[in-house]
Write a protein that binds this ligand. Structure first.
Ligand SMILES: Nc1ncnc2c1ncn2[C@@H]1O[C@H](COP(=O)(O)OP(=O)(O)OP(=O)(O)O)[C@@H](O)[C@H]1O
Ligand SMILES: N[C@@H](CCO)C(=O)O
Length: 320
């Protein structure tokens, strides 16, 4: 997260009056993340996270995200829980933005995951998919293939600011992805942004998952492709086959992929790289003045996309 919207102490104290959390002790902005404004909230009742939702989160989608966190937690997936006010409402309004208080999770994220962390993540992702199977709400993926061209088009003229060949690669790649994107793979609830900074560890075990604000109903294997991109490449953009095998193997030990998912995987991996390349590119052109945020580098995902374009078949990822 980040801080795009400042919260005035008086207003926060007024906001907290609706809750049974006691007095405000401190509230500090969190620099990590890029999407929403987040604060460590310390009140008499303990430590919490206060989130103000920013541009990419539609207020109408919040019941899906909050309901999903409650659903998954009830099925053994450790994730933040929305705190309800005395009237039973989880969603409030603060500093002109939709706002929610969620429980604080102990743990720390691993910035340079090893193969063992990737295996843990693969298993955690499969458990999330299985736990989400009976979640009754649906939310289409608003950042899937149909969204990429409209996201890119207004910024296309500035592609050369990131890399000389970015414009050519994106143009060619969008055609391929739009033409071949698989439509009939097994679907369910996906996290869609399960990067290392959204996974907490205690010791060598995953202790919790956070940041469900891109969660949606989409192909389960696409979620795995997002994670492969986020966890199994080194800083120079080289694929680490051992990490890939660890993640894919652990996932499949709990939820084996179908033949169609395996066949589609190379294209899903290209699409996942494209999604993060584009949001990073667009965000890098428009950092709000005064925001506490460290924008993420689109070139990391250009390197991944280049790698995936050279892949012949799923077996090159270690999938048979
Ligand atoms: N429930 C929580 N418990 C403890 N820490 C949390 C919790 N939620 C968020 N944080 C802290 O806030 C930081 C930012 O949160 P988060 O990743 O959800 O933000 P975001 O802007 O949505 O980020 P992203 O760029 O991953 O989309 C996390 O890295 C973590 O340090
Ligand atoms: N996880 C994303 C940021 C949130 O969408 C990225 O690293 O680009």
């Amino acid at each position: 997260m980040a801080v795009y919207t400042d919260v005035d102490d008086e207003e926060l104290i007024g906001f907290l009056r609706a809750y049974d959390l006691g007095a405000l002790l401190s509230c500090k902005g969190i620099a990590e993340g890029v999407e929403n404004s987040n604060f460590y909230l310390h009140v008499s009742a303990g430590s919490f996270i206060l989130t103000l939702y920013e541009k990419r989160v539609a207020e109408a989608d919040l019941p899906f995200f909050l309901g999903l966190m409650e659903h998954l937690s009830a099925r053994g997936v450790t994730c933040p829980q929305p705190v309800r006010d005395r009237a039973g409402r989880a969603l409030g309004r603060l500093a002109g933005r939709p706002a929610v208080i969620v429980t604080f999770l102990d743990g720390y994220s691993i910035h340079h995951p090893e193969a063992a962390h990737c295996a843990q993540l693969g298993a955690a992702l499969a458990r999330l998919h299985l736990a989400g199977a009976d979640f009754s709400m649906r939310r289409p993926n608003s950042l899937s293939v149909a969204a990429w061209r409209p996201l890119y088009a207004p910024c296309a003229a500035r592609a050369g600011e990131v890399a000389p060949d970015l414009g050519d690669i994106v143009a060619a790649e969008l055609d391929v992805l739009e033409r071949g994107w698989p439509r009939d793979l097994p679907e369910g609830v996906i996290h869609a942004d399960l990067f290392p900074d959204n996974v907490f560890f205690l010791g060598d075990q995953i202790s919790g998952l956070i940041d469900f604000y891109f969660a949606c109903t989409d192909a389960l294997a696409y979620d795995l492709a997002v994670c492969l991109n986020a966890w199994c490449f080194d800083a120079a953009g080289n694929f680490d086959a051992a990490k890939g095998a660890a993640m894919l193997g652990a996932y499949q030990s709990l939820r084996p992929l179908t033949a169609a998912e395996i066949e589609a995987f190379p294209l899903l991996a290209r699409g996942a790289a494209m999604r993060f390349l584009l949001t990073r590119f667009v965000d890098s052109l428009d950092v709000p003045a005064g925001a506490l945020v460290r924008p993420k580098d689109p070139r990391e995902y250009l390197a991944r996309l280049r790698f995936h374009r050279g892949i012949g078949a799923a077996r090159d990822y270690g999938l048979a």
